[in-house]
Ligand binder design. Structure first.
Ligand code: MN
Length: 240
């Protein structure tokens, strides 16, 4: 091969690598923005930390399977479900309020993609245990104090029957409330769930989220989740 031809090929492949960072890229400056992954074509967001970063609260094996198999599966099936449907080309935020009982594929996989994307971001190895500022004030106004909020959220998550999610949300007047949804539903699916609002904090209580380490002890898993909540991110969403 002539030197010039080689440089041309090398240049092209280097350029495409830089423009489209592949999954698993370790360079934090090239992590996919999770907002972008909610727009078609839907893609799996990189975790904002390594699989083992939440040890010993959430084990690396669970994180790896949960992200690279479960979440990746929802993304793949979502793309197939929206292709050729009335939802093609829409962002998930546009899709959710339109969903009805007849939209199973987009409902389950769109919820799966959105909910997990939120869940990864509202955890951090640098979790501080307690919120501050405006969010803490709002929690105190609504629930009395942080400990009471913690107990109510814990109970909501513990008592989800079967698979689902526990949520801290804000309503249209910025008032906080706790709710839960079955399966992969979320509070943005206004025609499908009891209480609707903007999700601030998401907790996955499907068994796949904790069974390897905690088996049937969902309560212990919820306790551990509270050790790794990224309250800065929850506050950012509250103030948005
Ligand atoms: Mn999950």
């Amino acid at each position: 091969m002539k030197k010039r031809t080689f440089l041309k090929i090398a240049g092209v492949s280097l350029a495409s690598y830089v423009l489209v960072p592949h999954f698993g890229c370790k360079n934090p400056t090239q992590k996919k923005d999770s907002k972008q992954t909610m727009l078609p074509p839907f893609t799996l967001p990189d975790l904002p930390y390594d699989y083992n970063a939440l040890e010993t609260n959430i084990d690396a094996r669970t994180m790896e399977i949960h992200h690279s198999k479960h979440h990746a599966g929802y993304v793949k099936k979502l793309s197939a479900a929206v292709a050729g449907s009335a939802f093609a080309g829409m962002s998930l935020e546009e899709v959710f309020p339109k969903l009805t009982m007849d939209d199973d594929g987009v409902r389950n996989n769109g919820g799966g993609h959105f909910n997990h994307s939120l869940f990864w971001k509202n955890m951090s190895p640098a979790g501080k245990g307690k919120p501050e500022g405006d969010l803490l004030s709002a929690i105190q106004t609504t629930f009395g104090d942080f400990e009471t909020f913690r107990k109510l959220y814990w109970k909501e998550a513990k008592t989800v029957f079967g698979s689902g999610w526990a949520w801290l949300c804000k309503d249209s007047e910025n008032k906080l409330f706790i709710t839960s949804t079955p399966n992969q539903d979320n509070p943005l699916m206004t025609k499908l769930v009891e209480k609707t609002g903007t999700p601030l904090l998401a907790l996955d209580v499907w068994e796949h989220a904790y069974y390897l380490k905690y088996q049937n002890r969902r309560g212990d898993y919820i306790d551990s989740f509270f050790n790794v909540i990224n309250w800065d991110e929850v506050s950012r969403r509250f103030n948005e």
